[in-house]
Every structure is written in structure tokens, then in C-alpha cells.
Design a protein around this ligand. Sequence first.
Ligand code: SF4
Length: 344
Amino acid sequence: MAFVIPVFIPHQGCPHTCVFCNQHTITGLAGPAPVTPDGVRAVIEQWLARSPGRIAGGAQVAFYGGSFTGLPRSRQGELLDGVAPFLEAGRVREIRLSTRPDYIDGPTVDFLRQRGVTIVELGVQSMDQVVLDACGRGHTPGQAVEAVRLLRRGGMQVGLQLMVGLPRETTASFLRTVREAARLQPDFIRIYPVLVLRGSELADMLARGKYRPLSLGGGVVRAARMKEYFAARGIRVVRMGLQAGPELEKWLVAGPYHPAFGEMVNARIMLNRTRRILRDVREGEPVRLSISARDRSTFCGVRSANIARLRDLGLLDRFSLVTDADQPRHTVRVMNDSEPACIE
Ligand code: SF4
């Protein structure tokens, strides 16, 4: 895994008003000054100096905090100029940035490629037009498809950011999003449950009874369903849930927030898999299930929620559990009779 050097570009005059976003409120307050090329260089130097032992696999500079290609081209160039000397010296291997699907076109891809950008994440959020309109996103699913095509043609790795719990989201629109996102064959996906943040349009909608957020359990179930679907098609989900912390909690009004959201999703996936396996086994038949040696606590669930659920369902006594140091994370499999009892 690449060693990631984060460079935050404060939100700068986004003309959009997505209902879940409170950037306009935040930037109305005294925020940090725009990052200069020298600032970019200083951040990279600091990180490289701080962790010299961790960059063997190559460092990745990741621009966070805005729709990068929505910035004026000169400003994009300035920021990328800050990374250029490190790329040339081989001290940084790749550059990642995120943007909106409608901020990608042929010349933009050419520009990014010439400046050494190799990974672009698209804030797709949904592949359903009704949902995108209800969110005020201002782009279409077709633009997401076209952006992926252009980026691929330019030789870029493509990541998609998707949200669960958006206004007007239904089971049908959710499933359409999952299916169509998978069809785009992205290199990776990030899943974010919608949170209601103070200062956002969604907070007003919530107050007026026009929006109901997912419960924590509902958010976990949807994200788990998404991740299982992508995993079955070989698509990596590299993150689930926003970065937890006091800054986020300061703005949080409602929604499926938990600092261990991703862990809860993985636990749910292991529970689902266990239930499916046991459903196909005759009662009384001994079953040995194998999990990764690193998944003991995930299998049990946050505060042993999975154990409690399996007990409630009368399934806890139906299997024995063994661990396998080589088994992929977050998988559950049935062991053959011939396999040794514990492989670790
Ligand atoms: S989510 Fe992104 S595109 Fe939408 S208003 Fe916020 S910054 Fe702009």
C-alpha cells in the first residue's frame, strides 16, 4: 500500500449547493489560507522526513478537500508544480485527487496526465438522476460514465465515491447505483453514509420533516450490501464512512455515524455470510467455519453484536470456528473434514 501524503486544499468557491454539504457555511467562517506551491512542497518534505522508513513502496500525494479540476487551470498547475520536483526525483510515485464527474473532459485528462496525476476519484454519489436532482448535485449519471471512459482512455486509475441514504433514494435506485457503478469497473470505491451536518440544506430539510436519515443499522446494512456486491466482482472498497473525529462530530446533527462504521460493515458482512452458510446446512450437521486470524473481533462484531445476533437466531451452537492465518480478511468459509482443526 502506498504511503499517502495528504495535502488539504481548502474549499474554494464551489458554485454548487449539494444538500448534504456544509462547505459554504464552513468557508463563510475564517478558514485556512489557500495553499501555495511552497506550502505543498513543505507538506511533502515534512511527511517524507517524518516517515523515511515507510516510503519503500513509493509515496502518493493525495489532494483532499475540493473538486480539484473545478479550480482554475492555473491554480491546478500551481498545486501540481509543488509536487513536480518530488516526482522527478522519484521521491513521490503518484498523485491522487478527487473531483466531480462534470469537471472531467478530454483536455483536462491530458493536462492531469502531463502533470503526473495517475489516480482520479469521482464524486459520483448516485447513478440515479432523481436522487442526483434531489441532492442538487448538478450532474448526470451519464457524465459519470463519460468521465470514467475519458480517464481510462488517459491511462488513469479511477475511484468512485458513492453515498448511501441520499434524499429520494429507494431500494431500486440504490440497486441501480450499485449495478451501474460495478459495470464501470472502477479500480476502487469509497462508500459514505449520508450524515446531516449543521449548516447544510439537509439539516433544514430534516428540521422541516423533508428528509429522514438512515439509522446506524440501516446505513451499515446498505453499505454491507454494496461492499459484498463489489467484492464479488473483484472491486476493492477502500473506505467506508467519513474520517471520524472531533471536527466531524462538531458539525454532526444526525445520521448513521459511528467511529467504527467500517468495522461494523465488515462485521455485518461476516454475519451475513455465516447465516447464508448455515442456512444451507442441515440442522445437527457439524460445521466448521474458518476466518482470517485477524478477524476474530470483527467476526464477533462491535460489542459482540454478531454473537448476540447469532445466539438470538439459535445459530451460535451450530458451528465451531477456526482461524487461518492465510485466509483473506472479512471472509467466512466452510472447512472440509480433511482440513486440520486449526491453521495458524
Ligand atoms: S459536495 Fe462538493 S460539489 Fe457539492 S457543494 Fe460541496 S464542495 Fe461543492
